[in-house]
Ligand binder design. Structure first.
Ligand code: IMP
Ligand code: MG
Length: 193
């Protein structure tokens, strides 16, 4: 346990079993899309996963190793929480989207859906590229904080309005390596929430 952590919200075992279910659901649904295209799960490079860095790194690594279908990965980065901030300052894509999304089945992966700005921006930009389908996958959903209406087809856990870290999620760049989803002590977080 890290000294700045107050309590664990979601344990390693809970994450592991939920991620396994989500990978199963995704692989099944994508296989269904490919079947409708007249393809088998390993026939063509038709599935593109787009993880939003850096928060989705660990979630994505666990998810994809349980998805036995042909897929490629195009990482993107979005800035929204610079430095020690814990509230959204709006979202901006850093760099470019992956090439060649037209006609592909795209899966956007993020660690958490909070205000909705990040995923609304990314989903909108990707839909402009005319993919065959778009799915949004998030490990966590803080529905109480939503400011922008955006749909996530796959949600791991609904959580209350608390700032969480671990399993890829950071505060000020740290605690991503904490293996469980945890809440930081109040005195570590800035006052503005
Ligand atoms: P949104 O644009 O407000 O939905 O925020 C999404 C992004 O903010 C996520 O990709 C996370 O990087 C970050 N974020 C939101 N809530 C938390 C949290 O509780 N802990 C750590 N990062 C968070
Ligand atoms: Mg993020």
């Amino acid at each position: 346990m890290f000294p700045e952590i107050e309590r664990v919200l979601i344990t390693r075992e809970q994450i592991e079993s939920r991620v396994r279910e989500m990978a199963g659901d995704l692989a099944r649904d994508l296989t269904g899309e490919l079947e409708r295209d007249g393809l088998g799960p390993h026939d063509e490079d038709r599935v593109v996963l787009i993880p939003i860095m850096t928060g989705a790194m660990i979630f994505t690594a666990d998810l994809i190793r349980q998805m036995p279908i042909k897929l490629s990965i195009g990482l993107i980065a979005v800035s929204s929480y610079p430095g020690q901030s814990v509230t959204s300052k709006g979202a901006r894509l850093d760099g470019e989207l992956p090439e060649e999304l037209e006609g592909r089945h795209v899966v956007i992966i993020d660690d958490i859906l909070d205000s909705g700005r990040t995923l609304s921006l990314v989903r909108g930009l990707i839909e402009e590229r005319r993919p065959a389908s778009v799915r949004v996958v998030v490990l966590l959903d803080k529905a109480a904080r939503r400011e922008v209406d955006v749909k996530a087809e796959y949600v791991g856990f609904e959580i209350p309005d608390a700032f969480v870290v671990g399993y890829g999620l950071d505060f000020d760049g740290y605690y991503r390596n904490h293996p469980e989803i945890a809440v930081l002590r109040d005195d570590v977080l800035p006052e503005a929430k």
